[in-house]
Design a protein around this ligand. Structure first.
Ligand SMILES: [Zn+2]
Length: 281
C-alpha cells in the first residue's frame, strides 16, 4: 500500500517472477501516481488498486488497463509486465501514468473513447514534466513527432464516428492540445485545460462515475469561464472537419525541430502558453 496525493493505492502482485525487485515496481507506480497527483492537485480517486501481472519470458511494460468501480475500489488498474523488464524501462515508462490519468475522467459511452484516450495521451507527458521526470523538450518533441497522426483522413467523419486507433488516441490528443491553447489564449494564459480537468474532478467526475460527454464539457468549461470545449466539440465531434495547421501551431508556440532536436523560441507569440503547459502549479 502506498499513499500518494491523498489516496491509498493498494499494489498486488499476481503469481510469476520478475527480474526487478518488487520495490522498483512499487517505486514506478509511486512516481506515476505523483505525476498525476501533481497535474490534478490530488490523486483522482481516494482508493485505487494496481495488480501487477508478470508475463513469463517477455520484457517491458506490455499493456495496462483501468476500470472504474471494481470490488469496492473506485479505480482498478491491471498492468502486464514482462518478466525481463529492467529498472531503466520502468524509469522511462509512460504507460503507468497514462493509466492513472484515466482515473480522473468519468466513464463515457463507447463513441467517446477518443476523449478518454486522447486525454490520457495528451496529459501523460505533461504530468511527468510537471514532476520533472520528463523535460519540456521531450514533451514537445513527442507531440511534434506524433500529433500529425491525429489529423482527419479524407472521407472521415467526426471524432464520435471514427473508431480507428489513430483517431481514438491522436485525434483525441489533438482535440486536447487545441483546447489547451485556446483556453489559454482566451484567458490571457490565466487558465488552461488543466483547470478544466481539475474542475471536472472537483465536481465528482472520476472513473467510477458515468457522465455524458456534454456534462464533462460543460463542467470543464465552467471551470475556465470559457466555452472552448463545447465549441470544439461542435466543430469536431459529429461532423468532418478540416486538418489542423500543425506547422503553424508549433511555430506560434515557438517549437522548432530539426535533426532530431527540439529548440524553443521564447519570442514566439505563444511562448508563454507553451511554458505554462509544462510548469508545475
Ligand atoms: Zn488508455
Amino acid at each position: 500500500m502506498i499513499h500518494v496525493g491523498g489516496a491509498s493505492i493498494q499494489i498486488d502482485f499476481a503469481p510469476g517472477s520478475l527480474d526487478v525487485p518488487q520495490r522498483d515496481v512499487v517505486q514506478w507506480i509511486d512516481t506515476a501516481a505523483r505525476a498525476v497527483s501533481k497535474y490534478y492537485g490530488k490523486f483522482p480517486v481516494a482508493r485505487a488498486r494496481v495488480l501487477v501481472v508478470p508475463i513469463a519470458d517477455e520484457r517491458g511494460v506490455l499493456t495496462g488497463t483501468t476500470w472504474g468501480d471494481v470490488d469496492g475500489f473506485p479505480a482498478f488498474t491491471r498492468m502486464r509486465l514482462g518478466q525481463h523488464t529492467t529498472e531503466q524501462t520502468l524509469a522511462s515508462d509512460w504507460t503507468m501514468t497514462h493509466e492513472f490519468v484515466h482515473t480522473a475522467l468519468p466513464s463515457l459511452s463507447p463513441d467517446h473513447h477518443w476523449l478518454e484516450e486522447g486525454l490520457a495521451t495528451y496529459v501523460e507527458p505533461i504530468a511527468r514534466a510537471q514532476i520533472g521526470t520528463l523535460s519540456p523538450e521531450q514533451v514537445w518533441g513527442g507531440m511534434v513527432r506524433d500529433m500529425g497522426k491525429g489529423e482527419p483522413q479524407p472521407g472521415e467523419d467526426g471524432l464520435d464516428q471514427t473508431h480507428t486507433w489513430a483517431n481514438t488516441y491522436w485525434a483525441g490528443a489533438l482535440f486536447c492540445l487545441m483546447a489547451d491553447v485556446s483556453i489559454r489564449e482566451k484567458t490571457a494564459n490565466g487558465k488552461g485545460l488543466q483547470d478544466a480537468l481539475r474542475g471536472i474532478l472537483t465536481a465528482g467526475g472520476s472513473i467510477d462515475d458515468d457522465w455524458t460527454i456534454s456534462k464533462v464539457l460543460d463542467v470543464g468549461d465552467r471551470a475556465t469561464g470559457t466555452a472552448v470545449l463545447a465549441d470544439l466539440y461542435k466543430k469536431m465531434g459529429n461532423t468532418s472537419y478540416a486538418p489542423i495547421d500543425l506547422d503553424l501551431m508549433w511555430q506560434r508556440l515557438g517549437i522548432h525541430s530539426g535533426g532530431g532536436k527540439i529548440k524553443f523560441d521564447d519570442h514566439a507569440p505563444w511562448a508563454d502558453l507553451r511554458k505554462a503547459i509544462t510548469t508545475a502549479r
